[in-house]
Design a protein around this ligand. Structure first.
Ligand code: AMP
Ligand code: MG
Length: 393
C-alpha cells in the first residue's frame, strides 16, 4: 500500500504529453495549444477609427469643411485638403492625411460646415496599426487553454486551424455479474450499472469525447479479451470493479495476461483503497474500485490531473484550497479521507452518507475535503484543505 502523495507521483512520472494534432478552430475549442502562435499580421492592420465622428487633421480651428465620408470596410484612402474633415464610422480606415477623430457628440453640423464644440487631444480615437498585436509578436504560448476568447482571438488573426495536444482515446471496461443496464427490469440481486456513464460524463467535462465502453461479467476469459480490445484502441483504459481480492475479481489477472505492468496497487485512502495503476508502453490503465463513490473519487483525485497533463495543461495538479470547517470530522482510520462536502463563502460542511457505495452525497457536493492520514480529528473552526469540484476542466 502506498501513500496518496506517492500514488500521485507515480502516475505523474508515467504521464506524458499527447501527440500534436492540427484542428480547425471549432474543434480546437477546449484543447491546449501545442505551439507558440506568432501574429501573422498587424492588428489592427490599418489605422482604424474607434468612434463614429469626423476624421481631420488636428488644429485650433473651430470649423471644418465636410469633404466626404468613409464607411467601415472601404479600402480607398480619401485625400484631405487643409481644413477638410470626413465623416467616419467606427472601424473605418482613417485617411492618411488625418491624425484625429472628433466624436460626433462634440460637433454641430450645418450642411457641409462642421462646428467643433470640443476638440480632443491630437491622435484621439485613432487606433494605430498594430496597436493590439504586431506582425511576428508571440501572441499565445504553447500550453494556453483555448477557451472561447482565445478561439475568437485566433479567428481575428485569420487562423483557420491550430496545433493542439490530442486528448487520449479512452476505453472503459465495466465488470460485474450483478450489473443491469438502466431501462431493463432489475432481477433479484441485480443493481443498475452507473460507473460507465459517470466516468463518461466526467471524461466529457475533462474534454474527452472519444470513449469506448465494454461490459463484461465476472469471468476471466471475457475480461482478458475485452481488455485486449480496449488496449488496442485506447491510450488510457479505466476498469471499473473486479480489482479487489474476492474470488470473482479478475481485473488483476486479466491485466497481467495482457502484459500491463503494475505500478502500484492499493493506496492508503478512504474511499478507494483498492486502486490499481499500471502501464503498457505508453498506455495507462487505472483499475478503479467498483463502488460508485470510490470510483468517482479516484477519477477526480488521480485520473483527472493525469488527463490535464496529457492534454498539455501546465497547472495540471488538482487545485487545493482552504476553508474553515463547520462540521466536526473524525478520522480513526489512519488513512487520507476524501469527504464529500459543500463549501460556500469559505465554510466547509461535510455531508452525511460518505460510504463508498453511495453517490447521493456526491450528487450534491461541490468539494472533496482532504483529511490527512495523521489527523484524528478536525474541529469546527479549524482550517481544512479541499478540492473544488465545480470548476474542474
Ligand atoms: P467490486 O469493486 O467489483 O468488488 O464492486 C464493489 C461494489 O460496487 C459492489 O457492491 C458492486 O456491486 C458495486 N459496483 C461495481 N461496479 C459497479 C457499477 N458499474 N455500477 C454500480 N455499482 C457497481
Ligand atoms: Mg465486482
Amino acid at each position: 500500500m502506498i501513500t496518496v502523495a506517492d500514488a500521485l507521483k507515480n502516475i505523474d512520472e508515467h504521464t506524458g504529453l499527447g501527440h500534436k494534432i492540427s484542428k480547425s478552430l471549432t474543434e480546437a475549442y477546449a484543447h491546449v495549444l501545442a505551439e507558440n502562435v506568432l501574429a501573422p499580421m498587424n492588428m489592427p492592420p490599418f489605422r482604424q477609427s474607434s468612434m463614429d465622428g469626423y476624421a481631420l487633421r488636428w488644429s485650433d480651428s473651430t470649423t471644418y469643411n465636410v469633404a466626404g465620408e468613409v464607411q467601415a470596410g472601404i479600402a480607398k484612402n480619401s485625400a484631405l485638403k487643409n481644413g477638410d474633415a470626413v465623416r467616419i464610422f467606427t472601424g473605418a480606415r482613417v485617411p492618411d492625411d488625418a491624425d484625429t477623430v472628433l466624436i460626433q457628440e462634440h460637433t454641430t453640423r450645418e450642411s457641409n460646415v462642421l462646428h467643433v464644440n470640443k476638440m480632443p487631444a491630437m491622435g484621439a480615437n485613432v487606433r494605430p496599426v498594430g496597436e493590439q498585436v504586431q506582425l511576428g509578436d508571440l501572441v499565445l504560448e504553447e500550453g494556453t487553454f483555448l477557451n472561447e476568447a482565445a478561439i475568437g482571438f485566433l479567428a481575428g488573426l485569420g487562423f483557420e486551424e491550430v496545433s493542439v495536444y490530442a486528448p487520449p482515446k479512452v476505453g472503459i471496461l465495466v465488470t460485474g455479474n450483478e450489473l443491469q443496464q438502466p431501462g431493463k427490469p432489475l432481477e433479484e440481486g441485480q443493481i443498475y450499472e452507473s460507473n460507465a456513464i459517470t466516468l463518461q460524463m466526467a471524461l466529457k467535462r475533462a474534454g474527452i469525447n472519444q470513449v469506448t465502453v465494454k461490459r463484461v461479467g465476472d469471468n476471466l476469459q471475457e475480461t482478458v479479451v475485452a481488455l485486449e480490445k480496449l488496449l488496442e484502441n485506447s491510450a488510457l483504459v479505466l476498469i471499473s470493479g473486479g480489482i479487489s481480492v474476492g474470488d470473482y475479481d479478475f481485473a488483476q489477472e486479466a491485466l497481467r495476461k495482457n502484459g500491463v505492468q503494475e505500478v502500484f496497487y492499493k493506496v492508503n485512502q478512504k474511499p478507494g483503497k483498492p486502486l490499481w495503476f499500471g502501464i503498457k508502453g505508453e498506455k495507462q490503465v487505472f483499475a478503479l474500485p467498483g463502488n460508485p463513490g470510490s470510483c468517482l473519487t479516484c477519477f477526480y483525485i488521480y485520473v483527472w490531473p493525469m488527463l490535464r497533463k496529457h492534454r498539455g495543461m501546465k497547472n495540471y495538479q488538482n487545485d487545493e484550497k482552504t476553508a474553515t470547517l463547520r462540521t466536526p470530522v473524525k478520522n480513526p482510520f489512519g488513512k487520507v479521507l476524501f469527504l464529500k462536502a459543500t463549501v460556500s463563502n469559505g465554510e466547509a460542511r461535510a455531508l452525511g452518507g460518505q460510504a463508498s457505495s453511495m453517490l447521493k452525497s456526491f450528487a450534491v457536493c461541490n468539494a472533496l475535503l482532504l483529511v490527512p492520514a495523521e489527523s484524528e480529528e478536525i474541529n469546527p473552526g479549524e482550517k481544512i484543505h479541499y478540492i473544488p469540484l465545480d470548476q474542474l476542466q
